[in-house]
Write a new protein. Structure first.
Length: 258
């Protein structure tokens, strides 16, 4: 039975969904928020106790005055893990959420039991074209994130139906990722500090962050593995939620047996 409620996180009112039973798994959503992620989270909940918050300032969570960068959010979540007694924990992050997880992992490697990066933002590859999140209309951005045209139109309709949340999300994204756009120029040199098992999941047709980014993450993170998902764009967990959830659950179960 799924639940979503406001919880105290430090002095912040954080909207947190809790789903399933078993070993705790923290899901950190991407720029699309939790709205499109729910089917994926439900599949994850078949094998784990999923904790799925709206990031500070996103969705139904409070916008704190101190939120000025991805670094602020990383330190917030590290404190949240400590408050919740979750360390070490399995973490799955998509796009912005994967970038956030990496910022946490280079600061506190011991906090992670495993990490799954789905279409991760956070680094920059000169000369590799990438999608522009901030200078294009939201519907154009959404249509460019998935391969399936029918799914793209469904995402556009759902976003249009909840403009209040959409505006909150876009404002929060700008607070943490406006400049430089969706990356930290210093992150790449510290990725060697990530010491937990890492798997990278990427859509073969990702136009927002092309496959070259996945290959660079694999090169930079010691021991990382890469799964390239066919017929998917930037949202493989939305386009093929059951398959991506299966990859995650198999990965964390393998770690539990090691």
């Amino acid at each position: 039975m799924s639940q979503s409620r406001n919880e105290a996180a430090g002095s912040l009112a954080l909207n947190v969904g809790r789903f399933g039973e078993g070993r705790p798994l923290l899901y950190l959503h991407g720029i699309d928020g939790m709205r499109s992620s729910q089917p994926f989270v439900d599949h994850l909940a078949s094998g784990a106790a999923v904790i799925a918050p709206d990031h500070p300032g996103f969705g139904k969570s409070e916008m704190p005055p101190w939120l000025e960068s991805i670094h602020d959010m990383a330190y917030f979540y590290l404190r949240y893990l400590d408050e919740q007694g979750l360390e070490p924990v399995d973490i799955v992050g998509h796009s912005l959420g994967a970038w956030l997880a990496l910022e946490m992992a280079v600061r506190s490697p011991a906090s992670f039991r495993s990490l799954t990066l789905v279409s991760a933002a956070g680094i920059h590859l000169p000369g590799v074209p990438r999608g522009d999140l901030f200078m294009r209309a939201p519907d154009v951005v959404l249509r460019g994130m998935v391969v399936d045209g029918t799914l793209a139109e469904d995402l556009v309709r759902r976003t249009a139906a909840d403009q209040e949340v959409e505006l909150r999300n876009r404002y929060a994204i700008a607070r943490v990722g406006w400049h430089p756009p969706m990356y930290n120029p210093h992150l790449a040199k510290w990725l060697h500090r990530v010491s937990c098992p890492v798997q990278i999941v990427w859509g073969e047709g990702d136009a927002m962050l092309p496959l070259a980014y996945a290959e660079e993450f694999k090169r930079l993170i010691p021991g990382a593995t890469l799964h390239v998902i066919r017929s998917c764009g930037h949202l493989p967990h939305v386009e093929q939620p059951e398959k991506i959830a299966s990859l995650v659950l198999s990965f964390i179960e393998k770690g539990a047996r090691a």
